[in-house]
Design a protein around this ligand. Structure first.
Ligand code: HEC
Length: 152
């Protein structure tokens, strides 16, 4: 567990701007989210990340990427049955997305998110969950959120 946390932490930690202090894990014994529930959060963040990038709202994209990365880390730490390689290989596309956000490069962003998406599906295939097929989102599911950059 400690080694695992280290591996996942080292692989995923470096790339993305950290926006908030690390959350306290002291209440983890009281409530352990189910893996499928963490995955649903990851799905939401994957979609919001995409739409933020499409809207060139790079602040929001950076935020969603950090959130997605945190949820992936949670999944890997809480669920030791997850193949750690399938988590750590995502550090490559996550780094590329982070670089694309920093460079405000929409094209690079799109290809890096596509690469990330393949990583999602590679793990699902390994885990006999190939029927959970993730793709670049087509429709905006969040009518209550404006993805455009907001004036400061
Ligand atoms: C290391 C392995 C792994 C990676 C990486 C991974 N997943 Fe999953 N995912 C799973 C497993 C295992 C399940 C099934 C969970 C269960 O049955 O409780 C799952 C289930 C899901 C589900 C179904 C949840 C539901 O209730 O409908 C979604 C959606 C999902 N993943 C999205 C993603 C997205 C998006 C990514 C990439 C950003 C991703 N996953 C990356 C292992 C992974």
């Amino acid at each position: 567990m400690t080694y695992r946390k280290w591996v996942v932490g080292v692989a995923l930690a470096c790339s993305v701007v950290s926006l908030a202090a690390a959350p306290s894990r002291s209440n983890a014994d009281q409530y352990l989210p189910r893996l499928g529930d963490i995955m649903n959060l990851i799905q939401v963040r994957h979609a919001k990340l995409w739409f933020a990038g499409q809207a060139k709202n790079w602040d929001l994209a950076g935020y969603e990427l950090a959130q997605l990365k945190q949820s992936l880390t949670d999944a890997a730490i809480f669920y030791s049955g997850l193949p750690v390689n399938n988590v750590t290989t995502l550090s490559q596309p996550i780094q590329s997305i982070s670089d694309a956000i920093a460079a405000k490069d929409g094209k690079r962003f799109a290809s890096a998110v596509t690469e990330l998406t393949s990583g999602c599906n590679a793990c699902h295939a390994t885990m006999d969950r190939g029927y959970v097929a993730i793709r670049i989102p087509t429709d905006k599911p969040f009518g209550n959120q404006d993805f455009r950059p907001q004036g400061r």
